[in-house]
Structures are given as structure tokens and as C-alpha cells.
Design a protein around this ligand. Structure first.
Ligand SMILES: [Ca+2]
Ligand SMILES: [Ca+2]
Length: 267
């Protein structure tokens, strides 16, 4: 019978996965993200598992490019769900500052929160058009003033404290998020690099080692983003956010939240 056959066929695979997790655990203490297994490996990611380098990047591009898209005006309400404060359903948690603020304070005035494009929309000039401009995997609620300080700067370590920035730093050409948001930022940037490869009339977004990228379709610094990915692994908040985007809005996933070790496997 089909059901029985499927069950008996799958059981050994799960046992092997469990064994692999056990074998790779010691590597976790070494620093870089070690191999993880997820419930999506045999379904959503089945064509990517086991690959590395350009082959992995290409497979992931195909997988995550199958998605629904929302309008820029719909992003407001979506962020109230994806970034809801787990301890207060009236609030959202703001990127960079970590502040919990009322959902009702969405807007453009001082003290409001607005829609931050973590991949700065001028880098590749995609603006607020449906597509990269409205992709929830890199859009986060942020304090209006902190968002303004970040502007379209590239990411790097160093600078002086951002007012109200929760420990984030900035200088003339770069922005450093507070520690708890470093990995989130890295995984959002690298999602964008895999998702947008020059199709649909949009630029091919890629990370590089520079901090003065301006309107070019690049964001740096890759070596720093890789380090941030290691230092700040995916949190429960970040994982839940990925799941809500997958289940409710876009029906695609950020592979680097599910498999942070794929950052080093590609770059
Ligand atoms: Ca984090
Ligand atoms: Ca790309």
C-alpha cells in the first residue's frame, strides 16, 4: 500500500539525518555555522541539499524565485504581522534599535516607524516597485530617524553611536547594526543577492567588499556580513518571521535562516 511504503522508505532517511546532526555537532563550537537539517530539506530544498558554490546559489535562486508578491502599500500591514512583538501584540519590534513600538505609529514623522529596505533601494535602483522594492524578506520596521541615519550606506564595522539606535554605529560611509541584528542583516542581504539575478527587469544584486557602492547594484562588505552571520545565528523571532512570510505572504523562504552554513558554502 502506498502509505505504508512511503513510511517504511522514509524512516531510514530520518535516522541518517539524525546521525549526521550528531556527527556535525562538535563543529558548532569552532565558530562558523555548522550543517543543519530542517523539515524542508526533503521537500522545499530537495534540489539544493548537497550542493555548494555557484551550483547551490543557482538552485536556491530557482527555488526561492517561485513566490507571491505584495504591493508597497500592503507592506505596512504585513510588517505588523511579521514583526509583531512576541510580548505585546499591539507593537512591532524595530530593526537596529530593538525598540518595541505601537503598530499605530506607522508613518513618516519623528517617533514613527517606517519601512526600511535593508538592501538599500538605491543600490540597483529598484525603488518601491513590486518585486525587490516590496520583498518582505528584507523589509523591516525601523525608527524613522534611525532609518534616515542608515540611509543607503553599506554595512561595515565601526563608527560612533547612532542616537536611539540601540547600540548601532555609523560613520560617513557605513552602518553597523546592534549585535542582535547583525546576523539578520547579513542573511537578508544575501537572500536578496540570491533572489535577484537580473531577471524580471531588475538588476543583479550582489555583495562585494566595498563601502561606497552608491547606486550600483552591490552592497558591502561581504567579509563583514559573513562574520555577522556567524556571530548572530538565527533567533526564534527571525525564524518565525521567515515562516510567516512563507505561510501567509510570499510562499518563499530565506534559505540562510534555515541553513546559515549555506552562506559560507556559497561565498
Ligand atoms: Ca539576530
Ligand atoms: Ca544576484
Amino acid at each position: 500500500m502506498p502509505v505504508t511504503h512511503m513510511h517504511r522508505w522514509k524512516a531510514p532517511a530520518l535516522a541518517v539525518s539524525a546521525l549526521l546532526v550528531g556527527l556535525t555537532l562538535p563543529a558548532a563550537a569552532a565558530g562558523p555555522a555548522s550543517a543543519t537539517t530542517t523539515s524542508y530539506d526533503t521537500t522545499y530544498y530537495k534540489n539544493a541539499v548537497g550542493k555548494t558554490g555557484a551550483s547551490l546559489k543557482s538552485s536556491l535562486h530557482t527555488i526561492i524565485s517561485s513566490q507571491s508578491k505584495i504591493s508597497y502599500s500592503a507592506v505596512w500591514d504585513a510588517l505588523k504581522v511579521t514583526d509583531q512583538d512576541p510580548n505585546n501584540s499591539n507593537n512591532v519590534i524595530l530593526l537596529y534599535s530593538g525598540v518595541s513600538r505601537a503598530k499605530s505609529l506607522s508613518g513618516g514623522s519623528t517617533g514613527d516607524w517606517n519601512r526600511e529596505h535593508v538592501w538599500a533601494k538605491s543600490h540597483g535602483d529598484f525603488g518601491e516597485v513590486t518585486g525587490p522594492g516590496t520583498d518582505l524578506h528584507h523589509l523591516r520596521p525601523a525608527d524613522v530617524s534611525v532609518n534616515s541615519v542608515r540611509g543607503n550606506k553599506d554595512f561595515d564595522d565601526g563608527g560612533s553611536a547612532v542616537s536611539g539606535g540601540g547600540g548601532s554605529l555609523t560613520d560617513s560611509d557605513s552602518f553597523e547594526p546592534r549585535d542582535a541584528d547583525k546576523g539578520d542583516v547579513a542573511r537578508m542581504i544575501l537572500y536578496m543577492a540570491v533572489r535577484y539575478d537580473g531577471g524580471d527587469g531588475f538588476a543583479d544584486l550582489e555583495p562585494n567588499e566595498k563601502v561606497d557602492n552608491g547606486s550600483n547594484p552591490y552592497i558591502g562588505k561581504l567579509s563583514v556580513l559573513k562574520q555577522w552571520n556567524d556571530e548572530d545565528p538565527p533567533s526564534a523571532f527571525e525564524e518565525k518571521r521567515n515562516q510567516v512570510i512563507y505561510d501567509t505572504y510570499q510562499h518563499n523562504r530565506n534559505p540562510f535562516i534555515d541553513h546559515p552554513e549555506w552562506v559560507d558554502a556559497i561565498w
